[in-house]
Design a protein around this ligand. Structure first.
Ligand code: ADP
Length: 281
């Protein structure tokens, strides 16, 4: 059995520009795989092609060239689409666009209802899913009265209720305030670590990317870097070149090294920086 959840093989995606009618590429020959149980972040600035990659991962878009496989099912084959969407669920940026019912628990039940699942089983899944995102006490509430972070957690519960192997989240925190962002990221991490569900998180926030097992950096439709957060962030110059930030402490260690103070370059949080500074003679 393959340990790959999703595999993008030489994927290009072209579209006709509204501005000049020319054919342009949003993705250029991307190779990328998501391992089973992995927390992968796709990082890139606006317009780099992140969303287009995400949409290929559950057959919302089909490559112009190349192939995408979800659990070895090719997204090109229309007969696979149903299976692909139940294996790889998607959460979008705007929580308000994802609410379909007037009560939280009905909203979470919507996905499994569409899969034709037995009502007793749906009841169980709805309760379990709301529990997993810490929203049980809100099950009879109206979704529009919830905060942005709570709405996104309900959207995640709706996907969990379909029992997917993988969840793809396309900038799920972009419209949230800092506390909502924290809630959602904590939740995503828990779902990954406790239930082994693969996560693909699309983001341009480097603090969110620092939580990943692995990061793929996308720039101008190409996957240009791949590695652990430590490896990626310690490449300060390259990150700046493509318009991305690195954590402040990583930049500090970079500047200290430039100034002749030899300190670990792969520092990505304050605790590591404190340890490294205390060891300086
Ligand atoms: P990101 O998610 O990183 O912001 P996107 O994947 O949304 O980037 O888009 C990458 C680039 O391709 C952008 O410049 C976007 O405007 C363009 N693009 C992608 N698909 C289309 C389309 N169907 N029509 C027009 N422009 C598109």
């Amino acid at each position: 059995m393959s340990n790959e959840m999703i595999r993008c093989e030489n994927v290009s995606f072209k579209y006709t520009s509204h501005e000049d009618g020319e054919i342009k590429y949003a993705l250029k020959d991307i190779n990328l795989s998501v391992k089973k149980g992995e927390f992968l972040v796709v990082l890139g600035h606006n317009g780099s092609g992140k969303s287009t990659v995400a949409k290929h991962m559950n057959a919302l878009l089909i490559p112009s060239d190349g192939n995408v496989y979800v659990d070895e099912l090719n997204t090109r084959d229309e007969d696979n689409v149903w299976d692909i969407r139940s294996k790889a669920g998607m959460v979008f940026q705007n929580p308000d666009n994802q609410m379909v019912a007037t009560i939280v628990e009905d909203d979470v039940a919507f996905g499994p209802e569409n899969l034709g699942i037995d009502p007793l089983e749906i009841r169980k899944r709805v309760d379990e899913s709301l529990e997993k995102v810490g929203m049980s006490e809100y099950k009879r509430h109206a979704p529009h009265l919830l905060s942005g972070g709570q709405k996104q957690r309900v959207a995640i519960a709706g996907i969990l209720a379909m029992q997917p192997d993988c969840i793809i989240l396309d900038e799920p925190t972009a419209m949230l305030d800092p506390s909502g962002r924290k809630e959602v990221i904590k939740n995503i991490k828990e779902i990954n670590k406790e239930y082994g569900i693969s996560i693909v998180l699309i983001t341009h926030y480097m603090d969110e990317a620092a939580e990943a097992d692995r990061i793929v950096v996308v720039d101008d439709g190409k996957a240009i870097m791949e590695g652990t957060p430590k490896k990626i962030f310690s490449n300060v110059e390259k990150m700046k070149e493509v318009g991305l930030d690195v954590p402040q402490v990583t930049e500090l260690s970079y500047e200290l090294n430039k100034a002749g103070i030899s300190i670990d370059r792969e520092i990505i949080n304050v605790d590591e920086m404190v340890d490294a500074l205390c060891q300086l003679k």
